[in-house]
Design a protein. Structure first.
Length: 376
């Protein structure tokens, strides 16, 4: 028998990850049944006099009674809820690595992922942006604009507006690398324009749902997934259809940091209106609580939820300043790799030739653990 799981989001802005009023995105999930969810939600609405007869996380966190209702949800469904959260600007920085750097190093990308070079670049960009470093915000704006409209001819002027006399050395290197390797980026971006994937390439709804389903798949043999109406999910439903009837349990990532990749769906994703689907309302409330916590909520409820969040969240996309700590050999190794890639791109040299040996020598010289091997 399939276990029914309901999903909904909070902080959704689609492909616009630079929205100043919605810094975080959360995707929540709750394991329950229609009957249990209906009874519980109607009880909350009645006892807390919730307006419009519907639980909406964004509204509940704004007043004391609503936060008490969320408290009850977290207690009642403890062990049956999961959420994944994303800092949108950091997510955009991760996407920038994926579409600016990776096309040029795709033949050995697992090596760069294994040493955390992607996290290093994403955290540098994020920290520069948050510190309002000259050119950082323009790079984010130009990249987001390019990815949202990959077919409008703006690639030729990539990052031209971000050139600034006060650019930090690292912003200069990243901007120039993109310009030197514009042909690789152009090929990648043009492939997006020709596919349905390109329309939602910056949206994190699909990846968030996949992460949650994969983790639930380690607990339940078969899952019935019920989601709130979502254009990104509805337009990419084919991706999830391959998991219908799938009994394989595969993992991905790197040795020591593996994560589940597959799950077994009882059928295609089901979409319902949150107004009439009480399970989706519960997932909405869980996601809203996570966004409230990450957004800096200071009320007593937020303080308690902040302690709960690590236990109930998985595969979050959040910055980590330790990736830039030059006291650590891993960060120093990645500084050298960025310098090397920039120099090769500037001189028109092959980016891959001899790179595995260079990384091995750096790893040995800095007395770092062996580079983990990819899993799956």
């Amino acid at each position: 028998m399939a276990n029914t799981i309901y999903f909904d989001e909070a902080g959704y802005t689609g492909n616009h990850l630079m929205d100043p009023d919605q810094r975080f995105f959360a995707y929540g999930s709750v394991v329950t049944s229609d009957e249990e969810a209906k009874e519980f939600v109607e009880s909350l609405i009645r006892r807390y006099n919730i307006q419009n007869g519907e639980l909406k996380g964004g509204k509940l966190v704004s007043h004391h009674k609503g936060r008490k209702a969320i408290d009850e949800i977290l207690r009642e469904f403890h062990g049956r809820l999961l959420v994944t959260v994303s800092d949108k600007k950091y997510t955009l920085a991760c996407k920038l690595f994926e579409y600016i750097f990776e096309p040029s190093i795709s033949d050995i990308n697992s090596l760069f992922y294994g040493v955390g070079f992607h996290r290093f670049i994403a955290n540098i960009l994020y920290m520069e942006f948050m510190a309002r470093g000259a050119g950082a915000e323009q790079i984010f704006d130009e990249f987001q604009d390019l990815m949202r409209r990959p077919d409008d001819g703006k690639l030729g002027a990539l990052f031209s507006a971000s050139k600034h006399p006060d650019n930090s050395p690292v912003i200069t290197q990243i901007r120039e690398f993109a310009q030197y390797r514009a042909a690789d980026i152009k090929e990648e971006v043009e492939s997006l324009a020709e596919s349905s994937v390109g329309k939602w390439v910056l949206d994190v709804t699909n990846s968030s749902l996949h992460s949650l389903l994969a983790h639930w798949g380690t607990k339940y043999d078969v899952i019935t997934a019920i989601c709130d109406n979502s254009k990104p999910l509805q337009e990419s439903g084919e991706f999830f259809k391959i998991m219908v009837g799938n009994e394989q349990r595969l993992k991905g990532g790197f040795a020591g940091n593996e994560h589940p990749m597959t799950f077994n769906l009882s059928g295609p994703l089901e979409f319902r209106d949150s107004k009439t689907c009480h399970g989706i309302q519960l997932a909405d409330a869980v996601a809203g609580a996570a966004v409230h916590v990450l957004g800096g909520g200071t009320d007593d409820h937020a303080k308690r939820w902040r302690e709960l969040l690590p236990e109930m969240s998985i595969l979050n996309i959040l910055p980590d300043k330790d990736e830039l700590d030059l006291r650590l050999g891993t960060a120093r190794r990645n500084v050298v790799l960025l310098n090397e890639l920039h120099a090769r791109a500037k001189n028109g040299q092959d980016l891959i030739e001899g790179m595995p040996l260079l990384i091995a020598r750096l790893t040995h010289r800095l007395n770092l653990p062996p580079i983990p091997r990819p899993v799956g």
